[in-house]
Design a protein around this ligand. Structure first.
Ligand code: CA
Length: 227
């Protein structure tokens, strides 16, 4: 059973999320402030964390930074929960490395779509476990990524984006395709999400960042490897 941790001080929201996740078959943990949330995350090592940004004790960003520093939760997918007015927060959150965000108020359906898109992508199918493209190597089973044979940390979202592009190298993918594939949905406000992830991915690739091409007005592509 996959575990989801909800870190949210507004109890009615935490309960509503918990109810929907339980009904969908997930095991849930709840924490109502940032300090408790960090403790539960490190103890339970959940498969996904829903993290409210405005929290008493320790705010969502501080929790997020701490979880990313700890090897137990460094790559755990995180969906940030933000209030509608906090556009800057949302962008900051994505730039900090969150996998996705939900703007309050959100519907249970919206919540489940996001959760399922993220959890589905973490369980890779068996079969071909390794995939190599140019200087990039993927271990699909362990979700590990190697750059020139050096292990390189990618979040689950970055891994999925990169693998999708590399397995289809030389083809241009429009923004909507990429959003649908990786996040499970696509709309104009989420274009920013994609760009933020692509920007960070390029930075992580360092000198190999030039393998990623921006196709202006359309989307992204990975350069085909020479035979
Ligand atoms: Ca709050």
């Amino acid at each position: 059973m996959q575990k989801v941790l909800i870190i949210e001080d507004e109890r009615d929201i935490a309960d509503l999320i918990g109810f929907n996740l339980l009904r969908a078959g997930y095991e849930i943990f709840k924490a109502h402030d940032g300090i408790e949330g960090t403790e539960v995350a490190l103890r339970e090592c959940p498969d996904l964390i829903l993290l409210d940004l405005m929290l008493p004790g320790r705010d969502g960003y501080a929790v997020f930074r701490e979880l990313r520093r700890d090897p137990r939760t460094a790559n755990t997918p995180v969906i940030m929960l933000t209030a509608r007015a906090q556009t800057e927060d949302r962008i900051q959150g994505l730039e900090a490395g969150a996998d996705d965000y939900l703007t309050k108020p959100f519907s249970p359906k919206e919540l489940m779509l996001r959760v399922q898109a993220i959890l589905k992508r973490s369980e890779m199918s068996p079969g071909v476990v390794h995939f190599t493209h140019g200087p990039f190597r993927f271990d699909k089973n362990a979700l590990k990524f190697y750059l020139d044979n050096e292990p390189t940390d990618l979040t689950a979202t970055e891994f999925k984006l990169m693998l999708f592009l590399c397995e289809r190298a030389g083809k241009t993918h429009d923004r909507n395709d990429l959003l649908r594939t990786v996040w499970g949905y696509s709309d104009t406000t989420h274009s920013r999400t994609l760009d933020t992830h692509m920007k960070r991915l390029r930075q992580k690739l360092g000198t190999h960042g030039s393998w990623v091409e921006t196709i202006r007005g359309i989307g992204y592509s990975i350069v085909k490897a020479e035979a």
